[in-house]
Design a protein. Structure first.
Length: 75
């Protein structure tokens, strides 16, 4: 007789892969920061665009992965 598989909730899945999720967010943050720096150095960028990019950089610096993981149900 075939046993039924346990249905996993989203919280269970995020809980199991919390470390991998944290690492993926950290890597993505690094790549995004590099991309923002490249766009900031662009000579064709307008002052408005540079101001927006600098605000995005501040948000990236403030981003907290443990709190983001808790928000997603990782812990």
């Amino acid at each position: 007789m075939v046993k039924r598989k346990r249905e996993d909730t989203v919280e269970d899945v995020f809980g199991r892969f919390a470390h991998d999720l944290h690492h993926a967010f950290k890597v993505a943050k690094g790549y995004e920061r590099q991309r923002q720096a490249k766009r900031l150095r662009d000579p064709k960028a307008t002052p408005d665009k540079k101001a927006r990019i600098e605000k995005e950089i501040v948000v990236l610096k403030v981003l907290s992965f443990p709190s983001l993981g808790k928000f997603l149900g990782a812990n």
